[in-house]
Ligand binder design. Structure first.
Ligand SMILES: [Cu+2]
Length: 335
């Protein structure tokens, strides 16, 4: 009996220590969505259960090793134990109810996370190698950044243009795959203002997977409306000129995920001062970056490979003559 009391006290002490230790490790970023609440609560329940089970296994094991070890000079056999039906029934029934209980709170939790608000704002998300594009169908705008008004549920309708990606903003906790040819949904209600959140890809998707990050900005409703108005004005003005339409195409197709416009290095060559320049080609020689070369680079990227970019692959695009002319007009403005 004395052994049980000592082991019991030690189990509780180690369980508490483990829980406090794990908790102070700060594994989670700030909870910034309504969905984070139930998830963090369930996580806490699991950490508590894990700490207790860890102590329940480790303490009796170490205690037995130390206290019941063979004494010096003792050569007798250990006690022969045949089995214990009561114990076996207990350690089957108790875990059964624990697991059923966990399944129940897990299902309830999932229901809470997925609860739909009929007034949710829809954003169409496209993932591609390697970036994101966000279309707001209610407002007719497309953005590189995910702007969200605080305390309003957003329904993300997501798809991929190439391979499987996964939408993940750690502060919002929830995560969902983007599958080519299919629309997957995710609901998020941001509850904390902030401009340092980032969406990242959580499904390895190629060489630049690690850089598949874009800003997520949560603002007050008024600031969001102002941003929408600004984007709409930009889009309306941009629609008037070839360069403006080109910029819109480049944004919508995620070219800027690989091409910088200011000379900065990237997955692909920068577009800064590209038009009219002499481009060194893989395997020697150069080519003048005239309209024909730019058009070919976009429609058949593999036709001529820029020196130094042999290991990177540009996806193939289909554009109409006018779209192509608009994109080239835009690239020409980058000098
Ligand atoms: Cu990805």
């Amino acid at each position: 009996m004395r052994h049980f009391v000592i082991v019991g006290i030690l189990v509780i002490a180690l369980a508490v220590l483990t829980y406090v230790g794990l908790n102070s490790a700060g594994l989670m970023p700030v909870p910034a969505s309504a969905q984070a609440g139930p998830i963090d609560w369930l996580w806490d329940v699991q950490v508590k259960a894990m700490s207790f089970l860890f102590a329940l296994i480790v303490v009796p094991m170490l205690y037995s090793l130390l206290v019941f070890r063979r004494k010096k000079g003792d050569t007798t056999d250990a006690v022969h134990v045949e089995g214990n039906t009561t114990l076996e029934i207990a350690w089957t029934i108790i875990p059964l109810f624990v697991v059923l209980g966990m399944a129940y709170i897990g299902a309830q939790n999932l229901g809470e996370i997925r609860r739909a608000d009929p007034n949710a704002m829809v954003v169409n998300v496209t993932g591609f190698q390697w970036g994101w594009s966000f279309e707001y169908p209610d407002y007719g705008i497309t953005s590189k950044e995910l702007y969200l008004p605080v305390n309003k549920q957003v329904l993300l309708k997501m798809t991929s243009r190439d391979v499987i990606h996964s939408f993940w903003v750690p502060e919002f906790r929830v995560k969902q795959d983007l599958v080519p040819g299919r629309i997957t949904e995710l609901r998020i209600t941001p509850t904390m203002l902030g401009d340092t959140y980032k969406v990242r890809c959580a499904e390895i998707c190629g060489t630049s997977h690690a850089y598949m990050e874009q800003p997520v900005i949560v603002v007050e409703k008024v600031a969001f409306d102002a941003w929408v108005a600004e984007q709409q004005a930009l889009a309306a003005g941009a629609g008037q000129t070839p360069e403006g339409r080109g910029l819109a195409l480049v944004t919508a197709n995620g070219c800027r995920g690989c091409h910088s416009i200011d000379g900065a290095p990237g997955v692909g060559p920068t577009w800064f001062q590209l038009a009219g320049s002499e481009v060194p080609l893989s395997g020697g020689g150069t080519v003048t970056a005239d309209d024909a070369y730019l058009a070919e680079s976009i429609l058949q990227p593999q036709a001529k490979i820029v020196a130094g970019f042999e290991t990177q692959q540009m996806p193939t695009y289909n554009f109409t003559e006018e779209q192509l002319a608009d994109i080239i007009a835009y690239i020409k403005t980058l000098k």
